[in-house]
Design a binder for this molecule. Structure first.
Ligand SMILES: [Zn+2]
Length: 181
């Protein structure tokens, strides 16, 4: 099974190979699936052929709404909205062995370090969405955050809280900069 967090080619272009070799299910959230399947409906097109593969279509096995828990074998997986990095970006929360895992794609990642050093990629200076992402995760007692590009970190609660404080601070600065009163 592959869980797709967003439509960027470096995250989806290997999906057809997974299906061909392992008959993998390809699962993602409704909005992201629509962007992948109908890129011309959106302001930007889907980044297919990121690696120059001979593909022009990604087949999605299962499309799930945010917060609609589903099962893969006996593992409950809850998809969540994790905006910021791209339109329709989603994440997934699941219990695996003794871990409470958050799969956060490119919205929350740690540059590949196993440490609470990570970057939040802002979208157009809009930090309010960052609040939503961190608020959603703060109550989940996550023990392992798996971000995009092989990055992961532990001490998730502390890291989310620090990041939340940081975006709160930058939001104040933005509010002052763009105060139209
Ligand atoms: Zn990306």
């Amino acid at each position: 099974m592959a869980l797709l967090t967003h439509f960027h080619g470096d995250h989806i272009d290997f999906a057809p190979l997974l299906q061909e070799r392992y008959n993998s299910q390809i699962i993602t959230c409704t909005e992201n699936a629509d962007i992948i399947l109908n890129p011309s409906k959106y302001n930007f097109s889907c980044h297919l052929n990121w690696y120059g593969f001979d593909i022009n279509k990604i087949s999605i096995t299962k499309t799930i709404d945010y917060e609609e828990t589903f099962y893969w074998n006996d593992i409950a997986i809850t998809p969540i909205a994790l905006p910021i990095h791209s339109q329709g970006h989603c994440g997934f929360i699941l219990n695996l062995n003794d871990e409470r895992v958050a799969i956060t794609g490119d919205t929350i990642q740690s540059r590949g370090d196993d440490a609470p050093i990570f970057e939040v990629i802002p979208s157009n200076g809009e930090t309010r969405n960052n609040f939503k992402a961190f608020k959603r995760l703060l109550n989940e007692n996550i023990t392992l955050n798996c971000g995009g590009h092989g990055s992961h970190f532990r001490q998730c609660q502390k890291t989310y809280e620090e990041a939340f404080a940081r975006v709160s601070n930058s939001q104040k600065l933005f509010d002052n900069l763009f105060d139209d009163k």
